[in-house]
Ligand binder design. Sequence first.
Ligand SMILES: [Zn+2]
Length: 434
Amino acid sequence: MSRAARRGAVSVNWGLGCCAWISIFLLGAGVFGGATQQERRAAGERGKTTVEAAISSADLDALGGQECEIVLATGKRISETTLLRIVRGKDKQTVRTVVYRKGDSKTTRKYRPNALKRLVVAGKAYDVTADLALRAFVLVDAAEKRRLVETRLKASGKKLWKPLSSEETVEIVKEQKAFLQTVAKAFPSLRMRLYETRFFLFFSDMPADQVGLYRTELDSMNVELGKAFGVPAGENIWRGKAVFVVFVEQAAFLRFEQQFMQRDPAEFRSTQGVCHQSSTGNVVVACYRGQDPTYLAQVLVHETTHGYLHRFMSSARVPSWLNEGIAEWVSAMVVTRSRVPQIRQRKAIDRLKQTSLIGPGFFGSRIEGWHYGVASRITDSLIKANPDAFRWWVVSIKEGVDWTEGLRLAYGYSPAGLIQAYGRSVGVPQIRMQ
Ligand SMILES: [Zn+2]
């Protein structure tokens, strides 16, 4: 790989805040622990950061003596401070300590960079960002970083989602409700009712007493995904709200798909739910309850996770296997009464013990049904080994970095190496891709 490619890839922003730096390198000792620190270090040029849009040591020094607003990793802001100086680390572009003074106070105070999210110095924003290779923090010019990410995303036809004002959200929710009214008109014999929460419009003909539990589980899903990806609690990532159309009967679900989503019902004969993700950012999850309310809960949380990943940061696609893996991970965590993800993991292992064959489609654009168990087990292991590296990796994908490159930097694996590590962890040491 060229140096340019490597530099581009290392340069991922640590992401929306949460810099639990200490744990970045406390990798698990298991097979999913990932690369050694020496290997990480070797990936970067010694002493020089490869983080995208990181400012130079001279620029770091020049920030001293200016008015500053400090944004802590917790989200708290400290304004009207003077940034006295930045004490640099072993590698000269890195930050060891930020020394400041509050207001007219004579007292000098300081912060370690892991407590910080952002500095706004003389009106210009700098994100405090981890450098995986140097094992230190650097300051990233936020505007420059955004330009680079936008350019990279644009080259593959993707974009950062535009933040929506509360007025815009109100307008979009009105449109979404109008859409649901047209759905109600198309199903006059069903008693469709709207249940509205802070982030969701849940439209269903199920009895009201059955809807409550699903709502609670969807709320927990939103919280868990927010924690996993560093989205502050209470932030609405949806365009308007996430829309759910949930029928009791399969026939109504199939007709809805045909009439409102222009989909061939034959596609969905053996599917209980689907997540429609529009290029506008709109997300509609459609399902039917059938005879198994627990399975519906699993499907709802799984499908909504796809919508969440569509709306997180940008329209860049998370690869199919990882998208399914994350959806299964969240549903296992939230819908604890369903054992579906665990059963799928077990079945995949049983199959691999017979065949040792995964098939090249696993890293393709749409994985096979039995692959869910493999994807979900790998995702669980990666999150467990290092949740911070996992967040860093998903953020990098959303910033337009190739997922294989991010995987190498975050965990030290190639895709093939990841499969082998998975194989070893489940007692199938020689897995073949084809
Ligand atoms: Zn899925």
